[in-house]
Unconditional design. Structure first.
Length: 263
């Protein structure tokens, strides 16, 4: 089956006219007609759009030897270019999100240094907290709308690229495991002394002078743990998408979206 024959079959199966498909692809009806008659191929961007509209892979569209996917196999086709763009976007988001939490945690330090004088600790606390909030807000600028669908639909990726992603994911898990343990350890080391004094296990005021150091350790721990886990979750979303789609939260969101669409 040629590309044109597949395109014609997919269009009719989905109840689309040449005009309506052309509108979705931002092209002309004549272009659709030429493609279906085997008089040319669309550019790569249009091919990706066709794959996403009909939920098929590039391999299925272009290789005559590839058989159609099983009817039960459906999902949003993700090209290698789109997946790599998403991972790059996540790395930027992870940096800003982690820095935001880091500064919000640090905002407590001035209180313990100048707690006898509210007029002294209030201003630096507000400044540091504001920096953290700005970083957290900046995260949304890197979460491009075109990547939101990756968390909302089951994903289809080319088999060879999926194997590559799985290999990278396993490598990162081993590499980041040390950082995640270190981050959690720093968080615990900073939190335990505060907890011991608050529970009166250690005499009150004994560790208070060290609270700024404890909070600094907590802030660093939060940054390291959040940054690494944020990136790992993105790789897991792509490489182990079946785990994501089998979560109760994903299924619930999908049912809610379907009900809204029906309305």
């Amino acid at each position: 089956m040629t590309f044109g024959e597949k395109l014609l079959k997919l269009r009719k199966e989905n109840g689309l006219s040449q005009e309506s498909l052309a509108e979705k692809l931002n092209t002309t009806r004549q272009a659709i007609s030429k493609w279906e008659n085997g008089q040319g191929y669309p550019e790569t961007e249009k091919l990706l759009m066709i794959g996403n509209i009909f939920g098929v892979s590039m391999d299925f569209l272009l290789k005559e030897s590839v058989e159609p996917s099983n009817d039960k196999e459906s999902g949003y086709y993700v090209s290698k270019e789109m997946a790599e763009g998403y991972l790059l976007s996540v790395r930027k988001s992870a940096k800003y999100f982690s820095l935001g939490l880091f500064f919000v945690a640090l905002a407590f330090i001035p209180y313990f240094i100048f707690k006898q004088d509210p007029s002294t600790y209030l201003i630096p606390t507000i400044i540091i907290a504001t920096i953290g909030i700005v970083f957290l807000a900046s995260t949304s600028f890197f979460e491009e709308d075109k990547y939101k669908v990756l968390k909302q639909e089951p994903l289809l990726l080319d088999e060879k690229y999926l194997q590559e992603l799985n290999s990278r994911y396993e490598h990162l898990k081993k590499k980041y495991a040390i950082f995640m343990i270190a981050g959690f350890g720093l968080f615990a080391v900073g939190l335990i002394p505060i907890g011991l004094e608050r529970k009166s296990i250690i005499s009150e005021g004994f560790l208070t002078p060290y609270y700024p150091i404890c909070i600094g350790l907590i802030a660093i721990g939060i940054y390291v743990f959040t940054h690494t886990s944020y990136i790992l979750e993105a790789y897991k979303l792509l490489a182990r998408n079946e785990v994501h789609t089998n979560r109760f939260g994903f299924k619930l969101q999908k049912k809610v979206r379907k009900k809204f669409d029906d309305l």
